[in-house]
Design a protein around this ligand. Sequence first.
Ligand code: F6R
Length: 245
Amino acid sequence: MPVHLQIVEDEVDVARAASQHVCAQVRERSDAVLGLATGSTPEATYAELVQLYRERALSFARVRSVNLDEYCGLDGAHEQSYRHYMQTHLFDRVDIRPWNTLIPDGLAADREAECRAYEERICALGGVDLWLLGIGSNGHIAFNEPGSSRDSRTRCVQLTAETIADNSRLFAASTEVPRRAFTVGVGTILEARRVLLLATGAHKARAVAAALQGDPGTHCPASFLREHAHCTFVIDRPAASMLES
Ligand code: F6R
């Protein structure tokens, strides 16, 4: 089945639409396993979800969550860690139970064991119901950089110069951006029952066009999502601007 494409006006509408997809999933199954992303793109979606929780329209009390990735070498309390991001934007603001939130441990001494354990824990949860994704300007999903295979699993990867440059805006200097990260694999993501990719802004237009209309392959890991039976892209008009009709 082709990717379902939902083009909306702007990033506010992307957040509204995305939060409705998440809401529908949790209403369908109150103990849903949500796959979550960090980064700029989902921030507004998390704000919408917090609002729905405050209005008592949504509860995370039984929800389990799994994150895509985490920087190697950063403690969960570090301001730029993805654990800190999730606590700040969502977990500390809704009723999700701390023990139901799973993020790789950036400080794990045995990185291979951490990756194996992460896959096993996803399996023990029964797999992911809905995985929320962003897309890198180079077509990465999670930290599956170009070159990542379709069957890749959770592992510790080297970040590309492009991703380090993209992410350096959040650090005091680009030299402070960790060079390595834990990431689930493309294969791990493709096993989710549903996938929801969000993209906003003209700087994502090339990656979105490559993912949806370019030759599929490892040069654009997001293009593998076209194989998924239930994948939706929610994107705004600037991010859709390079799509051929
Ligand atoms: C985040 C992640 C990344 C981002 C992507 C887009 O957990 O895995 O793949 O989704 O780099 O980042 P933003 O949204 O900051 O443009």
